[in-house]
Write a protein that binds this ligand. Structure first.
Ligand SMILES: NC(=O)c1ccc[n+]([C@@H]2O[C@H](COP(=O)([O-])OP(=O)(O)OC[C@H]3O[C@@H](n4cnc5c(N)ncnc54)[C@H](OP(=O)(O)O)[C@@H]3O)[C@@H](O)[C@H]2O)c1
Length: 431
């Protein structure tokens, strides 16, 4: 092959960085054929120079300061695989784009929070900024939305975007055990971080959803407008009641374009057991998109891990090697829409409520009266057995109701003398 190699510098040699080096080496011929030129790593940066990483980096230029990669004149592309929305990652990406150097990153936090300003820099310099690996790892969803579905008006996008949460919820259902021990087990197996809050509190899913919503609806990325709830409050009891009602519980990110604007929300959902997304189990991710002309599309695969994520990073590098330049958010910044965000209180849906009440006559009537006064109508109710003590769980399923009305009902119900804890509320989605 006579074309000059694409010379890349990689900042971050952790799970993904090492995966990218391995993939580029293992598939060098195939990648060169598809890219039209070889792609070679020439420089790297990480914190600990002498850490054993299972790959040989002795023939690569080493930078102690990752931000130097932005100024290295012998590089064609900077690959940022450090992570974090600020610090070295942001400084490196900003510096590289400002210098007119193409950037590939897997950093969802950075793109979700600073993606609009980074895209403006990239656009000014007519420089690629690629982030296929930032959403759903090995699932090529950025390309699918931005290029494959470019002709359609998308109205709904989302999915299961965090493998840690999906693993925990799947294992809770399969084992009947509660959240705490399953999280500890996931940490021991390496499926959850030592500090799991970004995953289990829904923030990671929200970063990804913000990116998907921006691409799907052609508007500037807006992480702050995403409503976020995680899975800490889901009990084994909820999973069992959901199963009895014909549902599974999934942490979904969902964004919809309606006449009122864009709603973007991350929260646990009851999804019908037979819905395709309910079948996506364990660490797997799935992304769906719905459009006027295309109908519904769903992609499933591994959302994390060295191999899948490296595939996405290297696909971006192949695009750059080919000379492909697409607008970062699917259209130039001045063509993006300014559609407003819709607050959660304005949304309507069906809801699952679990209450713990004193087991005595008249309790149901008291709760029903509160619901009636708030304009919430009930579809069904579940109650099991007589508890030996005083507390019994009951589950209520509502007809479609406004979230603001339901929240008002929940605070009144929680204040009732017969109700022993704040009710658990889970939204019901078609899938
Ligand atoms: N892991 C996945 O499956 C996955 C999937 C999709 C996207 N991502 C994204 O990919 C990125 C990397 O994730 P990862 O899992 O590979 O992380 P990781 O295993 O923690 O690796 C991070 C790397 O960055 C280096 N680093 C940290 N701070 C640095 C600094 N200030 N200057 C230079 N290097 C620094 C670390 O150096 P040392 O090794 O010397 O400590 C390490 O090599 C993140 O944005 C993540 O969200 C990851």
């Amino acid at each position: 092959m006579s074309a000059s190699p694409l010379r890349i510098g990689i900042a971050g040699l952790g799970t993904v960085g090492v995966g990218v080096v391995r993939l580029l080496r293992a598939n060098a011929d195939l990648i060169a054929a598809r890219a039209g030129r070889p792609i070679g790593v020439v420089a790297v940066a990480a914190r600990a120079r002498h850490r054993e990483r299972g790959i040989d980096v002795s023939d690569l230029r080493w930078h102690d300061d990752a931000t130097e990669l932005a100024r290295d004149p012998d590089l064609d592309v900077v690959v940022e695989l450090i992570g974090g929305q600020e610090g070295a990652a942001r400084a490196l990406v900003t510096g590289a784009l400002a210098a007119g150097r193409p950037v590939v990153t897997a950093n969802k936090a950075l793109i979700a929070v600073h993606g609009a300003e980074l895209a403006a820099l990239a656009e000014r310099g007519r420089t690629p900024l690629a982030f296929e690996a930032a959403v759903a790892g090995g699932i090529p969803v950025i390309k699918a939305l931005r290029e494959g579905l470019a002709a359609d008006r998308l109205t709904r996008v989302g999915g299961i975007l965090n493998g840690t949460c999906n693993y925990i919820l799947t294992t809770m259902r399969e084992s009947g055990r509660d959240f705490g021990p399953i999280l500890a087990e996931a940490q021991a197996l390496g499926y959850a971080e030592a500090d799991p809050s970004t995953d289990i509190d829904g923030i990671d899913t929200a970063h990804k959803l913000a990116i998907l919503a921006a691409l799907a609806f052609g508007r500037p990325v807006d992480f702050a407008s995403v409503h976020v709830e995680g899975i800490r409050g889901i009990a084994a009891l909820d999973i069992a009641f959901a199963a009895e009602l014909g549902y599974r519980i999934k942490l979904l990110g969902i964004a919809r374009l309606t006449e009122a604007g864009v709603e973007a929300r991350v929260h646990p959902c009851l999804v019908p057991r037979t819905a395709p997304i309910s079948q996506v189990e364990g660490v797997f991710n799935a992304v769906f998109a719905e459009g006027d002309f295309v109908g519904r599309v769903m992609l499933e695969g591994r959302g994390a891990g060295a191999g899948p994520t490296a595939c996405a990073v290297v696909a971006d590098l192949i695009d750059i090697a080919r000379g492909t330049l697409v607008p970062v958010w699917g259209a130039n910044a001045d063509s993006l829409s300014r559609v407003v965000s819709v607050p959660m209180a304005q949304l309507s849906g069906d809801y699952y409520l679990r209450l713990h009440v004193r087991d005595r006559p008249g309790v149901i009537a008291e709760i029903a009266a509160v619901l009636r006064d708030c304009g919430v109508s009930l579809k069904s109710m579940l109650q099991h057995g007589e508890a030996a003590g005083e507390a019994v769980p009951i589950v209520l399923v509502t007809h479609t109701t406004r979230e603001s009305a339901l929240r008002a009902a929940i605070s009144s119900i929680a204040a009732l003398d017969v109700v022993l804890r704040v009710p658990t509320m889970i939204r019901i989605e078609a899938g």
